[in-house]
Ligand binder design. Structure first.
Ligand code: G6P
Ligand code: ZN
Length: 542
């Protein structure tokens, strides 16, 4: 029976860059999750009988919310829900299922790379029928509904056991529990030359994949070990845990320090990689070298044709605005389209759907292609492996040759985490106030050529996104970008992105902090970072 439960609205259910993210105790308030999921359904044009994909990264509170979401789906007339066994689905695997099974959408439970556990973070995100994150107009409609919600509808009896594969019914709705890995692994086999990668591994090529006790463990085991023949111990931290083993599932220099250290050792593996909580981010490390996400995007764009799925060439590349312009150089040289979008994967959806771009990437450790509508960590690792298997060169050699051909965009991102929100907003406001008078100003040897607050008009649907980050561009093309993170759950996080192009190969081996020294100092002068945040240095540099 469908039961209508009376509820009262919360005023803070506005989805951010990637869905609604809050601390677990916040989500545990009475009806908090049910309100939000009902608001999603209320915002959609549901006719009844639709298919919904449901899954999450396995973090604390995942199971409870999934069981509730199943009952809500039954209460709102869905015909079928497809749920990963034990509620598990990586974000790219969920995107793939939505597309393959022609679902009308999906609910993905994750707070991505944020820590989990009873006091950790939790999140709910809605993806639309193309498999990608809901666009702004949908998330705003959800927020509007959440502000006035007065009831939600659930199926009275409990949801079926989601630890058993197969189909059962909840009222008129079919609940189909599936293996979270199978369809995804099959998709990967259609994109890449598994034979070639297997041959590379059989020759003694050593890889190490750190699943960070998050969702990719089972995917990595099936693909790298079972299908590609790598030794079982090449996948580490492979058991997904509700609290990620107490760690922070963010594949960056701080949280994947152990992986990086192993790759820096003489006798270490040839190739290292890691993914985040929900499996959409990636870190790529070669022997002796960490590949910056912006460089990874450029190298993958330049070499994608070496993998079967992209052998005919790629239509174009898209990157988020703060991502370095390394990919632009590849696109220009190859004569393909290049698009600059605001931060957030959802902005790539229309470009991918329209066939304008094949490969997309962001500085925030995301790369992906038109195979799904999310960034995809394991996909990025496989594309790198496919390239390595074809070229039979080290990661370091591939990067050096890439820079020699296209020039090097030195790049760093400086993060100031959990700073006072008022101070952070004040800093951004002050920058915006000074934009008009910025051009022509001199800082040391640097002269500002342009300054603006990035806004974007989607070339497909014409929608406009404003205030997406302050850009200070200097003559010669160097850039400093300031923006506030849209994914934090506490205070504010200021991100400062610093970039300088260097054409001369003799200077390509400089450490980035040296190559960027003057810009880093200037970023503080212009942004008044130390003064306004009372921080002497960033918490994380990537
Ligand atoms: C999520 C989105 C990414 C985006 C990132 C930005 O991971 O999926 O597409 O790049 O957030 O995070 P930030 O904290 O910089 O807003
Ligand atoms: Zn993620």
């Amino acid at each position: 029976m469908i039961e209508t439960i009376t509820t009262t609205p919360y005023d803070d259910q506005q989805p951010g860059t990637s869905g609604l993210r809050k601390k677990v105790p916040h989500f545990q308030q009475p009806n908090y999750a049910a309100n939000f999921i009902q608001s999603i359904f209320d915002a959609l044009p549901l006719d009844g009988g639709e298919t919904l994909v449901i899954g999450g990264d396995g973090r604390y509170y995942n199971r409870e919310v999934i069981l509730m979401a199943i009952r809500l789906a039954a209460g709102n007339g869905y015909g079928r829900v497809i749920v990963g066994k034990d509620g598990i689905l990586s974000t790219p695997a969920a995107s793939n299922l939505i597309r393959q099974r022609k679902a009308s959408g999906g609910i993905i439970l994750s707070a991505s790379h944020n820590p989990g556990g009873p006091k950790g973070d939790f999140g709910i995100k809605y993806n639309v029928g193309n498999g990608g994150p809901a666009p702004e107009r949908v998330t705003s409609a959800i927020f509007e509904k959440s502000k006035t919600i007065s009831r939600y509808r659930v199926w009275t009896t409990p949801a079926p056991d989601i630890s058993k594969l197969g189909e059962t019914k909840l009222g008129d709705m079919i609940v189909e529990v599936i293996d979270p890995v199978a369809d995804y692994a099959a998709l990967m086999e259609t994109l890449f030359d598994f034979e070639k990668i297997r041959a590379l591994i059989a020759l003694g090529f050593r890889l190490r994949f750190d699943a960070m006790h998050a969702v990719t463990g089972p995917y990595a085991r099936e693909i790298f070990v079972n299908r590609l023949g790598a030794p079982a111990d090449c996948v580490v931290n492979a058991e997904p845990k509700e609290d990620f083993g107490g760690g922070h599932p963010d594949p960056n220099a701080v949280h994947a320090a152990d992986l990086i250290a192993r790759l820096m050792a003489e006798d270490g593996p040839d190739f290292g990689a890691a993914s985040d909580g929900d499996g959409d981010r990636n870190l790529i490390v070669g022997k002796g070298i960490v590949v910056s996400p912006s460089d990874s995007l450029a190298v993958l764009a330049a070499n994608a044709h070496l993998a079967p799925a992209y052998a005919k060439g790629i239509a174009g590349v898209a990157r988020s605005m703060p991502t370095s312009q390394a990919a632009d150089r590849v696109a220009q040289k190859r004569g393909i389209g290049i698009y600059e979008t605001p931060t957030g994967w959802k902005f790539f959806g229309n470009l991918l759907d329209a066939g304008k771009v094949t490969i997309c990437g962001e500085e925030s450790a995301g790369t992906g292609s038109d195979h799904v509508r999310e960034k995809d960590g394991v996909w990025a690792v496989l594309l790198w492996l496919n390239v390595l298997a074809e070229r039979r060169e080290s990661v370091a050699a591939i990067l050096e040759k890439h820079w020699a051909e296209f020039g090097r965009n030195f790049y760093q991102r400086h993060d100031y985490e959990e700073i006072d929100s008022k101070a952070a907003n004040g800093l951004m406001e002050s920058l915006r106030d000074r934009l008009a008078s910025m051009a022509g100003q001199r800082f040391g040897t640097l002269v500002v050529s342009e300054a603006d607050d990035f806004s974007y008009q989607d070339p497909i649907d014409g929608s406009i996104a404003t205030s997406q980050g302050v850009r200070i561009v200097f003559s010669g093309g160097s850039r400093i970008v300031y923006r506030l993170s849209g994914t934090g759950t506490k205070g504010a996080t200021l991100r400062v992105y610093i970039e300088r192009f260097e054409a001369d190969p003799a200077k390509h081996s400089l450490p980035p902090e040296e190559a960027l020294k003057e810009l880093i100092d200037t970023a503080d002068v212009i942004g008044e970072i130390k003064k306004r945040t009372a921080r002497s240095e960033p918490d994380v540099v990537t």
